[in-house]
Design a protein around this ligand. Structure first.
Ligand code: TRH
Length: 364
């Protein structure tokens, strides 16, 4: 018998374990706030809420207040005693066993999603939207569905807030920099740096010094590694910014150096040339991720060389960023073209809602 399509249940739980760095909390916070902005009741169960104190919107005293303001209830791991209508586990973090039992005990089990890591590699299209049956009792099985973000129409898309591009259009970088007591000098460009440890950093600094540059250093690895800079490069050490202001940082810059997963996506939406450092893995698996994204991004050769050198732990020579006669102009054009193509796909939350609705109708 065909079931009518029912809308996804209104109560959603998002489970997040902070393994390393800021990306786990960053992606989950974005997802949770975007679901809440669409009128859903969202609980974010997180084992380390500390990063939310600075990631959440400005003007809030701490994670709890900020979470209230964003319409998201933040709960410490192991989370609530009652299962929601939709359960999202980020990056295969496995909700606590007791919670899974409450899922199985519901008359209609929740739709259970594993939100996976972002990659441009081919396996993503093959694996997106596949079920993974989970045995949760002697005779009880629940389907867990893989949901893969990605860059093509056959993936779950990318996180993008409604109205993001309109806000980006209206953005005034001079005013925003003033808020940080910063101002560009005549002829100076702005470059942001958010990176892991990187042996190519001295060569990047030398290259940036060819033009007057204000280099905006994010807290952590960037500030620890860059203590001095060659003449021509002026350093500014930033505090941790909220995610909204992190976007503003990327919107302010003529070149962004980003890392990981979430800041990569934000650099794409910013639309300025960017260099991406994939999270380094000992087996070199990150290099395949870089090549896969380069294939999607169709950047000019000088940009491709910079990405490869930046991800090679110093093994490859650093190219001159301005090697092209047009400087960064063709890189800028290619980045905007990539952004336009990705903007033509539905954003991740829109796709997730449709996916969950289709699965809800199957179990109703
Ligand atoms: O912190 P990351 O390196 O996280 C990474 C990725 O999640 C990667 O997939 C994972 O494998 C690895 O950790 C272990 O980079 P990412 O993903 O860009 O996350 C950073 C988040 O921090 C992002 O949401 C932006 C946010 N941020 C701010 O909000 N304000 C800031 O000042 C800074 C520096 C970052």
């Amino acid at each position: 018998m065909a079931h009518p399509i029912t809308p996804p249940g209104p109560r959603w739980d998002v489970f997040c374990r902070v393994v390393d760095n800021h990306g786990d909390a960053g992606v989950c916070w974005r997802l949770a706030t975007q679901l809440a902005a669409r009128g859903l009741a969202v609980r974010l169960v997180i084992d380390d809420p500390a990063p939310l104190a600075w990631m959440a919107p400005p003007g809030q005293a701490g994670a709890a207040d900020a979470a209230d303001a964003a319409g998201v209830q933040v709960l410490a791991w192991p989370g609530p005693a009652d299962a929601a209508d939709v359960v999202i586990e980020a990056f295969g973090c496995d909700p606590p066993p007791a919670y899974v039992q409450t899922m199985a005990a519901r008359p209609v089990p929740p739709v259970w999603i594993n939100l996976e890591y972002l990659s441009a590699e081919a396996y993503v299209e093959r694996s997106h939207a596949l079920p993974s049956p989970q045995q949760v009792g002697a005779d009880t099985w629940l389907d867990k569905w893989f949901f893969y973000p990605g860059y093509t129409a056959r993936t779950g898309g990318l996180l993008r807030e409604t109205g993001l591009m309109a806000a980006r259009e209206k953005f005034d970088r001079t005013r925003w920099l003033q808020g940080l007591d910063l101002a560009l000098q005549p002829g100076e460009r702005a470059v942001s740096l958010f990176c892991y440890d990187n042996a190519a950093l001295p060569r990047l600094l030398q290259d940036l010094a060819r033009q007057p540059t204000l280099l905006l250093l994010t807290p952590g690895h960037a500030q620890r590694q860059v203590i001095t800079a060659p003449p021509g490069v002026r350093l500014a050490r930033l505090p941790f910014l909220s995610q909204t202001d992190f976007d503003h940082l990327l919107w302010s810059c003529d070149l962004n150096v980003v890392r990981g997963e979430d800041s990569l996506v934000r650099a794409i939406w910013a639309g300025a040339p960017f260099v991406w450092q994939a999270y380094p893995q000992h087996d070199g698996a990150h290099l395949a991720k870089v090549e896969a994204l380069l294939e999607q991004a169709a950047l000019p050769t000088s940009a491709q060389l910079a990405w490869r050198a930046w991800n090679s732990s110093g093994a490859l020579p650093w190219p001159c960023l301005e090697a092209n006669p047009d400087g960064l102009a063709s890189w800028q054009t290619a980045t905007v073209a990539l952004r336009e193509r990705l903007l033509s796909h539905a954003d991740l939350v829109t796709q997730l809602l449709a996916f969950v609705a289709s699965k809800s109708s199957q179990v109703a």
